[in-house]
Design a protein around this ligand. Structure first.
Ligand code: TLP
Length: 358
């Protein structure tokens, strides 16, 4: 097993498969999944559908492919998709649905908790009757919200989007890469949180520690069509039950420990909130992602070069944190991080920031 010399808070994507996962992978029963004959993938898909309360599920290699497959399935060429200006699908998926499917993205502001600005969504909805406009086919939401700092939108907030969308005949897709973190923080079953959305993508390979894999869930009909789009993108794998076996362990064993990650993230936030230059909103810290900025006494963001220098000095002391967005610094807690790692991180940040002279 790889032992990382650093306290690695760059992302929960760095998590390693657990011994139970490796066991399950070793003994997984497999078959050709393009023929639908991999029993382990079939079992994972049934489990994912049951846990999210949806009819069917599809195993895909990555979250990016899962979002792509879902969006291609909902939206045709020349139909537009409403996305948030801070969303992962907009920032980090190489142009996503616009590149893949010829669907323009209509970008609306994101509120601090990751919720789309509902008035902007209402104004952004275009219909078929005006030939100037690309008619809206889909609204994408993200929960928990990565670039907003792992923030969570409530059941009611999700419903306010789905009610609006469905009244206009528009589908809603949730990028739920960390939807189990969101549901855990809200204290609701994940099936309740996603009940009214038409599709969800969630990742097995982040806080849930599987080495590879994401799921797309939705209706039978939706998943049937999504399978073709997965094939189009080259995601039809063969004896990938080896990977799905780890995914089953992820869903059966790793969801219940997510509160530990959330508590440690909170501990980190509280431990650094009072440090010089640190600007962070403790009220928004509800899952495993912490985003903060560095500002001077006048409230101005510290220069890029200074922020990079801080991260380099922190790294010299054995702690990896990363940048997110124009000014944000991101730290993500996960299975590989314990209380002592967080205490050490607070110590290191304190020392580096107290020694900073600008
Ligand atoms: N997020 C990664 C980076 O791409 C930023 C990370 O380190 O957090 N949706 C959301 C909300 C995500 O955070 C990510 C990955 C994805 C989709 C894509 O998943 P993968 O990396 O499996 O393609």
């Amino acid at each position: 097993m790889t032992v990382h010399p650093y306290i690695d808070l760059r992302s929960d994507t760095v998590t390693l498969p657990t011994p139970e996962m490796r066991e399950a992978m070793y003994s997984a029963e497999v078959g050709d999944d393009v023929y639908g004959e991999d029993p382990t993938i079939n079992r994972l898909q049934e489990l994912a559908a049951a846990m999210t309360g949806k009819e069917a599920a599809l195993f895909v290699p990555t979250g990016t492919m899962g979002n792509g497959v879902a969006m291609l399935t909902h939206s045709g060429r020349g139909q537009s998709v409403i996305v948030g200006d801070q969303s992962h699908v907009y920032h980090y998926e190489a142009g996503g649905i616009s590149t893949l499917g010829g669907s323009p993205m209509h970008v609306v502001p994101t509120l601090p908790n990751g919720m789309l600005d509902i008035e902007a969504v209402k104004e952004g909805i275009a219909d078929e009757s005006d030939s100037h406009e690309a008619a809206t086919s889909l609204i994408c939401i993200e929960n928990s919200h990565n670039r907003c700092g792992g923030t969570v939108q409530s059941v009611e907030e999700v419903e306010s989007i789905t009610t609006l969308a469905h009244a206009r005949g528009i589908a809603v897709h949730m990028d739920g890469a960390r939807v189990f973190n969101a549901a855990t923080a809200l204290g609701v079953p994940v099936s309740r949180l996603v009940r009214d959305v038409d599709s969800v993508m969630f990742c097995l390979s982040k806080g849930l520690c599987a080495p590879v894999g994401s799921m797309v869930v939705g209706s039978h009909e939706f998943i049937r069509r999504a399978e073709r789009n997965r094939k189009l993108l080259g995601g039809g794998m063969r004896q990938a039950g080896i990977l799905a076996a780890a995914g089953i362990v992820a869903l059966e064993q790793m969801v219940e420990r997510l509160p530990e990650d959330h508590q440690l993230c909170r501990l980190l936030a509280e431990g650094i909130a009072h440090l010089p230059y640190v600007d962070l909103d403790l009220t928004g810290v509800s899952t495993n992602i912490l985003i903060f900025t560095l500002r001077d006494a006048q409230g101005r963001f510290l220069a890029d070069s200074v922020v990079n220098d801080v991260l380099a000095k922190v790294q010299e002391q054995g702690v990896l944190i990363s940048r997110m967005g124009p000014h944000g610094i991101r730290a993500v807690t996960h299975h590989g991080i314990g209380r002592q790692d967080i205490e050490r991180t607070i110590q290191v940040l304190e020392q580096v920031l107290r020694d900073l002279h600008i």
